[in-house]
Write a protein that binds this ligand. Structure first.
Ligand code: SF4
Length: 279
């Protein structure tokens, strides 16, 4: 599956917007507190990171997980025409606010591109294309246009479409409905929103399972087959993916992979790459 280069980060053309616009709290992922709209003390004058090669040992693993889906360079070079918040400090607050919105819009475009290409239903493919076109137009608008966007409504429209595509794809791996504890019916492969922290799901055929929004922190997924498994928003921090087949998993993103553990035996979708800490 090909993904537009515009949805991939290009840090060399970005004014370090993730290192300035966003805040973070001291934790296992960040060694320091940093308020939003302030420059990280590790940022160099040329917007590069002075500890880029040592982020994990220096306590900044959170930085290695983040992905802007190409919003950084889009806002820096397109919306603000290549003039940085250093050269024009008056633009800083607007630039940071626009970045936060465009990042969400680009993430939606990432998901929609996959939905459009994976669905078997031409009507859903057409709907995904139409919605993508609208969101791309908004994302490429000027700052006031971007900031006036009703992001929540767009999120809702995208979420509905992604779920429809997922249902269709996962149906081809249909598990039987079973009686749930509440008396209702529940597919025996529906783990949406489930707490699976540390769960042992290794060496299993999990094809077509629904892990949407599931907590898979530290879970063992070694050598499991996740073909057509819906991983939208699943928390894969520290999940063990060694030997797992995720090559045709649904709605997997680079930040999820960056947060997980794996190695050269982990099969990933074409558009994703194994992070450096796997080597
Ligand atoms: S540590 Fe480096 S990558 Fe992380 S926010 Fe600071 S400058 Fe950016």
């Amino acid at each position: 599956m090909t993904i537009s280069p515009t949805l991939r980060p290009d840090c060399g053309n970005c004014f370090a917007l993730c290192c300035t616009a966003l805040g973070f709290a001291r934790s296992a992922e960040f060694a320091i507190d940093k308020a939003a709209a302030t420059a990280c003390p590790n940022m160099a004058d040329d917007f590069s990171c002075t500890i880029h090669q040592r982020l994990r040992p220096r306590g900044f693993s959170g930085c290695t997980v983040f992905d802007c889906f190409g919003a950084g360079q889009a806002v820096s070079q397109h919306t603000f025409a290549g003039t940085s918040w250093v050269d024009n400090p008056w633009s800083a607050s607007s630039m940071f606010a626009v970045f936060k919105v465009v990042r969400q819009l680009h993430e939606m475009l990432w998901y929609l591109a996959e939905a459009q290409q994976r669905t078997f239903d031409p009507d859903l493919a057409s709907a995904a294309e139409h919605l993508s076109g609208h969101i791309a137009t908004v994302a490429q608008g000027n700052a006031p246009t971007v900031l006036a966007t009703d992001v929540e409504t767009l999120h809702g429209e995208v979420r509905t479409l992604l779920m429809e595509v997922s249902e269709g794809l996962r149906a081809s791996y249909g598990a039987e409905d079973q009686e749930a504890p509440d008396g209702g019916l529940r597919r025996d492969d529906d783990f949406s929103g489930a707490d699976l922290m540390g769960a042992d799901l290794g060496h299993q055929r999990l094809c077509g399972s629904n892990f949407r929004g599931a907590y898979l922190i530290g879970a063992n997924l070694r050598n499991s087959d996740l073909t057509a498994a819906d991983l939208l928003g699943a928390d894969l921090r520290g999940a063990h993916l060694h030997g797992a087949d995720l090559s045709k998993a649904l709605y997997l993103t680079q930040p999820q992979i960056n947060a997980a553990e794996g190695d050269a035996t982990t099969l990933l979708p074409e558009r994703l790459t194994g992070p450096t800490h796997w080597r």
